[in-house]
Design a protein around this ligand. Structure first.
Ligand code: BGC
Length: 422
């Protein structure tokens, strides 16, 4: 038996500029330089702090060596994607992909306030041309968590001025790439960013303020709505969406109190942001990694299988989030899904099982139009650095060699045939 996916279903891989390009000069690179030693010294303590919420701890013995070295936390040359994009697109093509999601680095386009770098713009034009020549549909994220340093110095996403700055940048990029890009993602996971940077104090600038947290969410909200109009003004035929972190909150035993908590969690994390931009998206990018079982309190997951980061691997949850987000009656693209799995122990299983549930959602009539695996290659995993390995291809960072993991062939068999054998 096999599960056939709809005709024109996009199969892709997904990544972001800062995590792959190398040699950026933004707020993150500055923070990495200043904090690498502290991050290395506190690596275990930070994971233990996370474990207090998730109930799981990564296998410290296997990651200790890398996680305790400062250079792990400095993005440096990263995957050298800035130079190797052509070869990497070839790898994606060989995996049967028909689409590629990547982001534009704002700090390259506008290194100085109001000064737009022609060379950087041409670089991204060349990237898009290469994607087109390879028959890979570009899905372009305009903002994936890094900002130019001049903007950081003005208060970053807490400042009101950020909205106009963002729209000017979006306007320049939209005009430069208009003829070649149909799918635009304005912002990647607004709540994850706002929470990690301004509430939990994990990402730069590591603030822990409720008022700033709320202000940043509101600014991201307004920035999306305005950017939507800016892109449409340049190209009315463009399709503009957002990449939303979608969590499956599950009420244990369907108990009343658990359902109550679920309703509130869903509202806050999944729906509130979307409801505020309700008239300003043509599709939703679903970034899905987490299931959250509620039993009087959050995160009571069974954790039968976990990734190297300690995240539960629960394939069924995608079925629920796809159904949940179908309420917006717009096409859904799974713009991120994947796992940190250095030894490739679970990746093939996780992809296959997850796609069975995507197929189930399709059979229910949910309008899912693509699946993008995070990620083509290993890359720089933000405050955790290089040790979490998300790639269908492993990277040997000493040589930048790409080494195919066995799960890549499993993904390829599905993507290239547009069907899943079950
Ligand atoms: C982010 C990616 C990140 C991935 C795995 C998503 O929340 O968009 O940048 O690498 O999760 O943690």
């Amino acid at each position: 038996m096999s599960h056939q996916f709809p005709e024109h279903f996009y199969w892709g891989v997904s990544d972001s500029a800062h995590q792959t390009e190398g040699h950026n000069h933004n707020d993150w690179t500055a923070w990495e330089q200043d904090h690498a030693k502290g991050l290395a010294d506190q690596a275990q303590a930070r994971l233990l702090a996370q474990a207090r919420y998730t109930g799981t701890m990564p296998d410290w013995a296997t990651i200790k060596q890398q996680a305790t070295r400062p250079y792990n936390y400095i993005s440096g040359a990263a995957c050298d994607r800035y130079n190797r994009y052509g070869d990497d697109f070839t790898l994606a093509k060989e995996l049967g992909c028909s689409a590629y999601r990547l982001s534009i680095e704002w700090s390259r386009i506008e290194p100085v306030e109001g000064v737009f770098d022609k060379k950087a713009i041409e670089h991204y034009q060349a990237i898009i041309n290469t994607l087109r020549q390879s028959n890979l549909e570009p899905f372009i994220t305009l903002w994936h968590w890094t900002i130019p340093r001049w903007l950081r110095d003005k208060g970053g996403w807490t400042s009101k001025a950020v909205i106009d700055h963002f729209c000017k940048y979006v306007d320049v990029v939209a005009q430069a790439l208009a003829t070649n890009v149909q799918f635009w993602i304005t912002i990647n996971e607004p709540l994850v960013y706002a929470s990690a940077a301004y509430h939990q104090g994990i990402f730069p600038p590591q603030h822990t303020s409720w008022t700033e947290y709320m202000r940043v969410i509101n600014n991201l909200n307004r920035a999306h709505t305005k950017a939507y109009a800016v892109i449409k003004h340049t190209n009315p035929a463009a399709l503009v969406g957002i990449a939303k972190s979608a969590v499956h909150f599950e009420a244990c035993h369907n108990r009343f109190v658990n359902r109550l908590i679920k309703t509130r969690a869903d509202w806050w994390w999944n729906y509130r942001f979307m409801n505020k931009i309700i008239d300003s998206f043509d599709f939703i990018g679903i970034n899905h990694y987490h299931h959250n079982l509620i039993n009087h309190t959050l995160n009571q997951n069974e954790n039968e299988r976990i990734s190297d980061l300690g995240w539960e691997l629960f394939p069924e949850s995608i079925y629920h989030v796809l159904n949940d987000f179908s309420r917006y009656q717009r096409p859904l693209y799974i713009t991120e899904h994947g796992l940190a799995d250095n030894t490739d122990k679970y990746r093939a299983w996780f992809i296959t099982e997850t796609l069975k549930h995507v197929h189930r959602a399709l059979a229910d009539g949910v309008d899912v139009r693509g699946y993008f695996h995070w990620s083509l290659t290993d890359n720089f995993e933000w405050d955790k650095g290089f040790w979490p390995r998300f790639g269908l291809y492993k990277i040997d960072y000493a040589t930048q060699q790409r080494i195919k993991r066995p799960s890549a062939d499993v993904f390829k068999n599905i993507a290239a045939t547009n069907q899943l054998a079950v």
